[in-house]
Write a protein that binds this ligand. Structure first.
Ligand SMILES: [Zn+2]
Length: 165
């Protein structure tokens, strides 16, 4: 049989008798299509959680019970116009407040974010690199130690404490 459609999800042929679903011009197995949709949905859920977490963090920083409309607008604006995501904003605020020890001025909401985003990204990139390097070193050390004593896995997972870097 020529031109049997291939399911883009599992990359296998969709047979005539298979239960199938057409979506955006492609033919999926029905169950593959459902899986795809479920994955998309859970991605969205993750996004919602990150956003919620960001909102909570801002309220905590400004000691507010709810998020001012100004800040809600700022978040949407940064995300849609500046290609900054919720986690970027959260990181940038953390960088500004905790690392640089500044205070947010409630009058300007989180208007500082675009000005510090590059520095913040750089800071977290370097932090992550250090983190990975330490982890590698630790695994290397552990492997050397394994001959003399068994690895304590309890210890092993708590080896790197970012706050101590
Ligand atoms: Zn499939």
């Amino acid at each position: 049989m020529a031109n049997k459609p291939k399911c883009p999800y599992c990359n296998k042929y969709v047979e005539v008798l298979d239960s199938q679903k057409k979506y955006k011009g492609k033919t999926f197995h029905s169950y593959c299509y459902r899986k795809l949709q479920a994955e998309k949905y859970s991605d969205n859920l993750i996004d919602i959680d990150v956003k919620k977490e960001l909102c909570n963090y801002i309220m905590q920083l400004l000691e507010l019970e709810e998020l001012p409309v100004l800040i809600q607008h700022q978040i949407e604006k940064f995300c849609s116009m500046l290609e900054i995501n919720y986690k970027d904003i959260r990181d940038a605020l953390y960088y500004f407040v905790e690392i640089q020890e500044n205070k947010l001025n409630p009058k300007y909401g989180i208007g500082i974010v675009p000005d510090i985003i590059d520095d913040s990204r750089k800071f977290f990139r370097e932090l992550e690199a250090t983190h990975k390097r330490l982890k590698k070193q630790k695994i290397y050390d552990q492997n050397k130690l394994v001959k003399v004593k068994p690895i304590d896995y309890e210890d092993y997972t708590n080896v790197i404490d970012i706050s101590q870097l």
